[in-house]
Design a protein around this ligand. Structure first.
Ligand code: KIV
Length: 267
């Protein structure tokens, strides 16, 4: 099985088909999602929330991202692996962003990096792309700026739609191979998808984009009690199953039912 390349996503768009993406942060989920045929796995900085239990995506470090990314790469054969540059690792200058991207590519073996931002990140994208590193951009709602944006708020409504169009065009012109567009009205996302020649990956952006991405712990029920955006469809309730399994194990141990003789060694 061959690893997907950026041209796969361009081809899917050109043929008017759809592709799939999920987040992944570890070997267990990566192996299963690869087997399921998910095209793109994003080692997202959402790991700060769902893996490390932080309130925002801001605290996660580049070292932590690289460690998770290398596990995801090692556990997949086909999926295209994209890694988020975490907050603070790229905003200072294109040179800082390039240094962080080079570390990700060298140390994790991933196929691309992702950064948040539109027009203001165009020069940075150009610099990284010029070094031979595929860049996925991220516009609309950008979680690393949640304090500046006033929380998890839909972007691109009303007059802000024009800014969104400009952001999307700027990252495409700068050489991004794809762009994530998060939490924007479906009509605007569809329009931007038609406007751009690069693939657009939607999250909370309706069904007119070329691809869809979800945070896997949201989609498969491993985020009990956590914030659940309305755009998430829950395909499984793994959290409930895991809870029940842990409770059954505890009950068996406490009652002496586990382990039985089949689960024990003889003399
Ligand atoms: O970090 C992440 O999970 C993301 C997705 C929301 C696209 O950036």
């Amino acid at each position: 099985m061959k690893r997907l390349r950026t041209r796969y996503f361009a081809q899917v768009k050109a043929e008017g088909r759809k592709f799939t993406a999920l987040t992944s942060y570890d070997t267990m989920s990566a192996r299963l999602f690869d087997e399921a045929g998910i095209d793109l796995l994003l080692v997202g900085d959402s790991a700060a929330n769902v893996v490390h239990g932080h309130e925002t995506t801001l605290p996660i470090t580049l070292d932590e991202m690289i460690s998770m990314a290398s596990a995801v790469v090692r556990s997949t054969r086909r999926a295209f692996v994209v890694v988020d540059l975490p907050f603070g690792s790229y905003e200072e200058s294109p040179a800082q962003a390039l240094a962080a991207s080079v570390r990700v590519m060298k140390e994790s073996g991933a196929q691309a990096i992702k950064i948040e931002g539109g027009v203001e990140m165009a020069d940075t994208i150009r610099t990284i792309v010029a070094a031979g590193i595929p860049v996925c951009a991220h516009v609309g709602f950008t979680p690393q700026s949640e304090h500046a944006l006033g929380g998890y708020v839909v972007q691109g409504r009303g007059d802000a739609a024009d800014e969104l169009r400009k952001d999307a065009q700027a990252v495409a012109d700068a050489g991004a191979f794809a762009v994530v567009i998060e939490m924007v009205p479906a009509t605007i996302a569809t329009e931007v998808t038609k406007q751009l020649t690069i693939p657009v990956i939607g999250i909370g952006a309706g069904n007119g984009t070329d691809g869809q991405i979800l945070v896997w712990t949201d989609a498969f029920g491993m985020n009990p009690g956590g914030r659940m955006p309305r755009f998430v469809r829950q395909y499984a309730n793994l959290g409930e199953q895991l809870l029940q399994a842990a409770q059954a194990y505890r009950a068996d141990v406490e009652s002496g039912a586990f382990p039985n003789s089949d689960e024990s060694f003889e003399d």
